[in-house]
Design a protein around this ligand. Structure first.
Ligand code: PHE
Length: 367
């Protein structure tokens, strides 16, 4: 440890000499300090508030100086402080320079190594098909609308001509939001069972003519198995204008099925029932696996059932009459298709659950 000499002689010449000696010592130490740690030690030895050399000088020289010499000693001590501080700063720059140099050295990157390949995601097959279906109808002049997944009893059932307690409701059992017993039945909230409520919402939004498709998620109390899922997707369609006929419905859906499955498929319309269409039909397409001869996929019938449709029931127009839907002047058709089912048939997928399991080995095949 450097011992600060006591001063006997307070003459300017003696002071200069003592200061010079100290500065020489400080400079040598500054030059010798290599690296962060040595620099810190150097700084602390000279500048530490408690017992640093500068503090010792303050005590040994300035405080001990006789009255008349105090000014002279004070000036020297200040000069010394300024100079030592500068040595410390210069030494710091030098030592941190060499520290960052060694850090750069250890963090050196070999830019000739091959890069990290991040796998690209793929569009989910259900969404891909849904967009494709929507695209087919957009090309025919349909616009696109969406509605809420949590729907009222009124839009999901009543305005679609399912009166309260009607047995047709049983085929579309779903979850109701809890604690709504005090509300009138029409206002009770449920998870929508089909995209058809958006037919009503769209007609309330826009007077006729209207051509709209509605992609979306729907819910049913179905136990999951290879062909059922309690959550699935539909694309709904609605066209209303003067003189819309069943022929328009057939032509539109025949064209859509050919666009989706290839121009070889034929369609047929099989009588069916929905409360909100009259007449109603199920659309079937010729089995694209066997071409109509009969196989396991089409259960030997040669036909595959794909979607529900029909002419808008005049009772439905009654619920939107105020917006220009007068059943005596206009008519329309509607259809609804399950997106998962169409995707399964398009790609030959035999288990609907594969869509929801998130297995990349399955999903990446649809990029
Ligand atoms: N919403 C019906 C269903 O989910 C399908 C459908 C839509 C039928 C439009 C006719 C017209 O089964």
């Amino acid at each position: 440890m450097y011992i600060v000499p006591k001063l006997e002689d307070y003459s300017p010449a003696a002071l200069d000499k003592a200061v010079q000696e100290l500065l020489t010592a400080a400079r040598q130490e500054a030059e010798a300090a290599a690296g962060e740690n040595e620099w810190r030690a150097f700084r602390d030895r000279w500048m530490a508030r408690k017992n640093g050399i500068l503090t010792q000088i303050n005590d040994l020289w300035l405080k001990a100086a006789p009255g008349p010499s105090k000014r002279e000693v004070g000036a020297r001590v200040n000069q010394l402080k300024v100079q030592v501080e500068e040595y410390v700063t210069v030494a710091q720059q030098r030592s941190s320079g060499s520290a960052s140099k060694s850090r750069l050295e250890s963090e050196r990157v070999d830019i000739t190594l091959p890069g990290i390949v991040r796998p690209l995601g793929a569009e989910h097959p259900v969404i891909k098909t849904m967009n494709e279906i929507v695209g087919v109808f957009r090309a025919m002049g349909f616009s696109v609308a969406e509605g809420p997944e949590i729907e009222t009893d009124y839009y999901n059932f009543e305005a679609l001509n399912f009166p309260p307690n009607h047995p047709a409701r049983d085929t579309q059992d779903t979850l109701f939001i809890a604690g709504q017993e005090k509300k009138p039945q029409r206002d009770r909230l449920l998870l929508r069972t089909h995209t058809s409520p958006v037919q009503i919402r769209a007609m309330l939004n826009q007077p006729p003519p209207i051509r709209v498709v509605v992609p979306g998620k729907v819910h049913r109390a179905d136990t999951a198995d290879a062909t059922h899922s309690p959550i699935f997707h539909q694309v709904e369609g609605l066209a209303v204008d003067t003189n819309i006929t069943f022929c328009d419905l057939k032509g539109t859906l025949d064209h859509a099925m050919k666009s989706l499955f290839g121009s070889n498929v034929k369609t047929r319309f099989y009588p069916s029932f929905f409360p909100f269409t009259e007449p109603s039909a199920d659309v079937q397409v010729t089995c694209f696996k066997c071409g109509g001869k009969g196989c396991r996929l089409c259960k030997m019938s040669g036909w595959i059932e794909l979607l529900g449709c029909g002419m808008v029931d005049p009772n439905v127009f009654k619920f939107v009459e105020g917006n220009g839907y007068d059943a005596r002047k206009i008519s329309g058709f509607a259809f609804g298709m399950g997106v998962e089912r169409i995707t399964m048939l398009k790609y030959g997928i035999d288990d609907i659950q594969l869509f929801y399991q998130g297995d990349v080995r399955f999903l990446e095949q649809f990029g």
